[in-house]
Design a protein around this ligand. Structure first.
Ligand code: GLA
Length: 561
């Protein structure tokens, strides 16, 4: 197994030993693989809309919901991409009783004409209608839950023209999450499918679950957000841990937006913080579900300009469908990034959690771009900042972000027989510190791994990851095979379990199913002919993340010269 040097030092990966090519130049090969087509399905992009809970809780009514839908149009929110008008808890009667036929009953004091006329009204505005339910016998607001009534309630929602169901987690008495949580969500999944109605399924189970990842179109990864800065930051960080799982039709949801819920910027969350909240939700490909008062003059000009900034929204609604990752964090400053669906394009957010303004630098290599010049556009200010070589530095105020679109050169595609550890990925999410090149994952620090070893066999080359991880390389349709020996690394002393998957252009080419620290290395040998993107995915194998060190021994592609 030979040691090879590679062209680009990229800190998407740890311990990247840069070396130069023969010519000393990196050629900017024209990329032939953009744009990727938009995925099909119920939620190919993170859903955008409005929900009544964060600001209004149970203070809702037919008139209020209709006027909010009107405001969605008149404020320009609809034009900016917001679609769903979602009624949260408290729309049904407080006794939790069902009618003589067992059907859910809208609260006559709030919704005297039921829900269907509101859905019709919302549809008349070119918007979509969403509602709320619960897997147990009661919602968190003590209205009837759908537990045991899934088929009937799904049919009711479909008959009203509902297009989005947020499905909550308030349990029947007993341990939570109890053994019934997964089947209870599955029962509503099946019931929605049986209606044939196009209903987005928003799983609100307050924590990430691997089983929920493809059951819902989005799933809450966090507890309830509060209109407080520490709560917003905490949800952002919790959600980041599971970035590898997100994608079209299965987004991670760090909870709905609090933008505009601070009394016109008077606090507790400032306009600057709300701008950061929005930019960070955007780059995280989080659903953008506003939760503020949309009426004039309650929605301030500052709030409106944050929520309707089409350039920031565009990084959220990008068809690549990747959740931006925190590429580095250093003393309260962090860089977040994700590739966009255009040649050499990356979104980047420089985030300053500190108490004073500071100069922050994004190195283009940190975003998986080739060395050299790139143009920088400030998406908050909607202004070009110019062309810069290798990096861009900007002063970022306390609790603020710089939200940037950076367009440079894609890294070269692999040539010939190439170890992936010598290539530059365009995306790397990892469960524990950075992905390591030619060692196992170690712990959180970069370069802290030890040699890769799977059941006693050592590998000089390979990738060290920890679940959950996702690494993406561009192939440009010029590669024919991917080979590797994969397994839980011997560093775990026989502990841990993970699942390895290899995808190309979203097609699953290899699936190890769950393997553990005792399993023999599995041989991967798959065709890449015609493929534009290679994605290496590691998930948890359902047992939590401890000891989930997943090593990709001798991970290698065979490509055109
Ligand atoms: C839970 C959810 C919230 C909201 C309330 C309603 O707490 O997480 O988002 O829907 O219930 O009661």
């Amino acid at each position: 197994m030979r040691k090879a040097c590679f062209l680009l030092g990229v800190s998407l990966f740890a311990s990247a030993p840069a070396c130069s090519s023969d010519s000393g130049r990196v050629s900017a090969e024209k990329d032939d693989d953009f744009p990727l087509p938009l995925a099909s399905g119920m939620a190919p992009l993170p859903p955008m809309g409005w929900n009544s809970w964060n600001k209004f809780q149970c203070n809702i009514s037919e008139d209020f919901i209709k006027r909010t839908a009107d405001a969605m149009v008149s404020t320009g929110m609809k034009d900016a991409g917001y679609q769903y008008i979602n009624i949260d808890d408290c729309w049904s009667i407080e006794s939790a009783a069902r009618d003589a036929n067992g059907a859910l009953q809208p609260d006559p004091t709030r919704f005297p004409n039921g829900i269907k006329p509101i859905a019709d009204y919302v549809h008349g505005l070119g918007l979509k209608m969403g509602i709320y339910g619960d897997r147990g016998s009661e919602t968190c607001g003590h209205r009837a839950g759908s537990g045991g009534h899934e088929a009937q309630d799904a049919a009711t929602f479909a008959s009203w023209g509902i297009e989005y169901l947020k499905y909550d987690n308030c349990p029947d008495p007993g341990p939570n999450p109890g053994p019934t949580i997964q089947p209870e969500y599955q029962a509503m999944r099946d019931a929605l499918d049986a209606t044939d109605a196009p209903i987005v399924f928003s799983i609100c189970a307050w924590s990430f679950y691997e089983w929920a990842n493809h059951m819902g179109n989005l799933q809450r990864t966090t507890g309830d957000i509060k209109n407080e800065w520490p709560s917003i930051v905490a949800n952002l960080k919790t959600n980041q841990n599971v970035a590898a799982y997100a994608g079209p039709n299965h987004w991670n949801d760090p909870d709905m937006l609090e933008v505009g819920n601070s009394d016109n910027g008077a606090g507790p969350v400032t306009d600057v913080e709300n701008q950061s909240h929005f930019s960070l939700w955007a780059i995280a490909s989080a659903p953008l579900i506003a939760g503020n008062n949309l009426f004039d003059p309650n929605m301030s000009a500052a709030t409106k300009s944050i929520l309707t900034n089409k350039e920031v929204i565009a990084i959220n609604q990008d068809a690549m469908g990747l959740q931006g990752v925190r590429i580095w964090e250093n003393g309260g400053q962090s860089l977040w990034g994700k590739p966009l669906n255009a040649n050499g394009a990356r979104a980047a957010v420089l985030f300053n959690e500190g108490d004073s303004a500071v100069d922050m630098t994004v190195k283009f290599a940190d975003l998986g771009l080739a060395p050299g010049s790139a143009t920088v556009r400030d998406l908050q200010g909607q202004a070009d900042r110019g062309s810069f070589k290798d990096s861009y530095t900007v002063n970022v105020a306390s609790h603020a972000t710089a939200t940037l679109k950076i367009v440079g050169n894609e890294p070269p595609r692999p040539k010939g027989s190439a170890f992936l550890s010598d290539q530059t990925p365009i995306y790397a999410a990892n469960g524990l510190g950075p992905v390591e090149r030619d060692t196992n994952n170690g712990a959180t620090a970069a370069g802290d791994g030890t040699p890769i070893k799977i059941r006693g066999t050592a590998f000089d080359k390979g990738l060290g990851t920890a679940a959950p991880a996702a690494i993406i390389y561009r192939l440009g349709g010029k590669c024919s095979r991917f080979k590797a020996q994969v397994g839980v690394d011997d560093a775990t002393n026989g502990q841990g379990s993970v699942r390895f998957q290899v995808l190309a252009d979203d097609e699953v080419l290899f699936d190890s199913q769950t393997v553990n620290g005792q399993s023999a290395a599995a041989a991967v040998d798959v065709s890449l002919v015609g493929k534009r993107r290679l994605k290496l995915l590691v998930t948890n194998g359902d047992d939590g993340t401890a000891n989930d060190r997943a090593s990709w021994g001798d991970a290698k592609v065979e490509c055109d010269p």
